[in-house]
Design a protein around this ligand. Structure first.
Ligand SMILES: Cc1cc2nc3c(=O)[nH]c(=O)nc-3n(C[C@H](O)[C@H](O)[C@H](O)COP(=O)(O)OP(=O)(O)OC[C@H]3O[C@@H](n4cnc5c(N)ncnc54)[C@H](O)[C@@H]3O)c2cc1C
Length: 513
């Protein structure tokens, strides 16, 4: 009989990959199946903040906010290449939340936990400070500036998967779990390859359902009728426009509907604006930004900025659905952002389903999940249960202030790299950029140039070490080069990857061989 894993995980978003990493590091044998690409679900569609969630204080989510706040510097230390500090400016607006309430919220935010390396909140005189410049003149005299962090969400997922695999986990992408059943003392998960339609069976003692927005679908394929927990799908969309201002701060704008939006410097030349909160009941894979969301985001940003943001400026949009635990809240914006586990341990063969879970809590959620499963698993832990707090993610083994030095070293050792190229590689891969660049002496040694500093060496590296299979995997998830490459360049990249994918049967299944 095939190997029986300690743990099988359905879903290669941040929660599935975070659990795979933690479990593999604790000595468990782990297999993870993802029906599409890693992070192709909600985990690449976030606002990309590592934050406590100032707004959640209004909903008394103190446990979540405190845990998230504590995580910010922990995560920065283990992934200083893909996580960066961000200062956010919150303009005070007469008629909305009073200044004393904002100050109280920010006081709690500063003191609930965790912030040691970055400055606390300061009050701003927006009428005279340069940070008031992009705002509508004469409208905002007072504001507050506070600390959070920004993350490359999709790369965070890929790096968790990489680390899990380095610790022995088997990561299967393009592999959809179509059925899971308890049989002969273990779980049997039937998996179908997305490219070839070939089916295989995975066996495991424990099953984790980390399918995010699809959590109920997976439950209905495995234990129909066994759970009362429900997922509440809440759509959130973003727009990206050419850079709106020159400094590096983000803004948090309050709207008259009680919601807030963020305006964040993005990928050097752009500004990211989001997000919305709208109940969603369609297919999670089909979610798209709506016209009314575009209008809402443009109007919300324009209400604060000196120059209005218009739909014509938009260069990219994205939308995702939050897989929240349905706590019966009346409004989408009020539904709990905390995560909830649902454990079904029938016949001593546990199935743990995950509802909710933020990018920010990706390390704590697995700790809680594995603790819930501890009574059912063999005792073979060779690591402390919080080992993930101190062990860097791949490429993150340098000091939090060390990124500029890493860029300099790359340019010293590979002098043909432009500063843009070196900076992009250091941000994406950290110290692993050295493996990617290898023995190259001149740019041509990195092979084909696909445009926007993407070379054949990088594409090969992503295919070999990060499960990239299509151009989309590379241009929207392993990087954001989709913002810079032309349609023609993307087609050429896709064709090249298709021709170089190792599994010939994949090509046959797609009829493109
Ligand atoms: C608009 C928006 C903004 C957000 N902003 C932030 C933020 O700034 N900071 C923050 O911390 N959090 C944020 N979040 C929350 C965070 O992004 C999500 O909670 C988190 O990504 C959920 O991860 P997940 O792994 O549960 O789900 P997903 O990322 O969706 O992963 C589930 C995976 O399961 C796979 N799958 C489903 N069914 C199967 C099957 N049968 N077989 C195999 N695979 C399957 C899917 O393909 C998918 O990849 C935001 C969310 C949204 C929507």
């Amino acid at each position: 009989m095939d190997h029986i894993y300690d743990l099988a995980i359905i879903g290669g978003g941040i929660n599935g990959c975070g659990i795979a990493r933690d479990a593999a590091g604790q000595g468990l044998s782990v297999v993870l199946c993802e029906m599409n690409d890693l992070a192709s679900g909600t985990s690449s569609w976030s606002t990309k903040l590592i934050h406590g969630g100032l707004r959640y204080l209004e909903y008394y989510e103190f446990r979540l906010v405190r845990e998230a706040l504590m995580e910010r510097e922990v995560l920065w230390r283990i992934a200083p290449h893909i996580i960066h500090p961000l200062r956010l400016v919150l303009p005070h607006h007469d008629g909305l939340r009073p200044a004393w309430l904002l100050r109280l919220g920010l006081f709690l935010y500063d003191h609930l936990g965790g912030r040691k390396l970055r400055p606390p909140t300061r009050t701003l005189d927006l009428a005279h400070d340069a940070l008031g410049k992009p705002l509508a003149p004469g409208r905002f005299s007072r504001g507050f500036e506070y600390s959070d962090w920004a993350v490359d969400d999709a790369r965070l997922v890929a790096l968790n998967a990489r680390d899990a695999a380095d610790r022995g986990a088997r990561i299967l992408t393009r592999s959809r779990a179509i059925k899971a059943e308890r049989r002969d003392g273990h779980w049997e998960v039937t998996v179908e390859n997305q490219f070839t339609s070939a089916r295989s069976t995975l066996r495991a003692r424990t099953l984790v359902n980390a399918a995010g927005p699809w959590v109920e679908n997976v439950l209905s394929q495995s234990t129909p009728g066994s759970t009362t927990a429900q997922v509440r799908l809440v759509q959130g969309s973003h727009i990206v426009v050419p850079k709106l201002y020159d400094h590096d701060r983000a803004y948090m704008f309050q709207n008259s509907d009680g919601r807030i939006i963020f305006v964040i410097p993005y990928q050097d030349d752009f500004t990211l604006i989001g997000t919305t909160d709208v109940d969603y009941d369609g297919d999670p894979a089909a979610v798209r930004i709506t016209e009314s969301e575009v209008s809402y985001l443009c109007a919300s940003a324009s209400a604060y900025l000196a120059k209005p943001v218009t739909p014509e400026q938009i260069v990219w949009t994205y939308a995702g659905v939050r897989p929240l635990y349905d706590d019966g809240a009346s409004e989408a914006k009020a539904a709990t952002r905390d995560y909830v586990f649902e454990l079904d341990a029938e016949r001593n063969l546990p199935l743990l389903s995950i509802f909710g879970g933020k990018i920010t809590t990706f390390r704590r959620l697995p700790e809680g999940a594995l603790e819930r499963l501890a009574p059912y698993r063999p005792e073979r832990s060779n690591a402390a249960s919080d080992w993930t707090a101190i062990s860097p993610l791949p490429g993150g083994d340098f000091d939090v202030t060390g990124l500029p030095a890493l860029v300099q070293q790359l340019r010293r050792d590979w002098p043909f790299l432009s500063s843009t190229h070196a900076r992009r590689l250091a941000n994406a891969y950290g110290t692993r950029a050295r493996d990617l660049l290898g023995q190259a002496k001149v740019l041509a040694d990195l092979g084909l140039d696909f445009g926007a500093t993407l070379t054949e060496a990088e594409v090969r590296f992503l295919m070999a070490t990060e499960w990239a299979r299509t151009a989309e995997d590379i241009i929207w998830r392993r990087s954001k080069l989709g913002l810079r490459l032309s349609a023609q360049e993307i087609t050429a990249l896709d064709a090249w990857m298709m021709a170089h994918r190792s599994n010939d049967s994949e090509k046959l299944a797609l009829g493109r061989a």
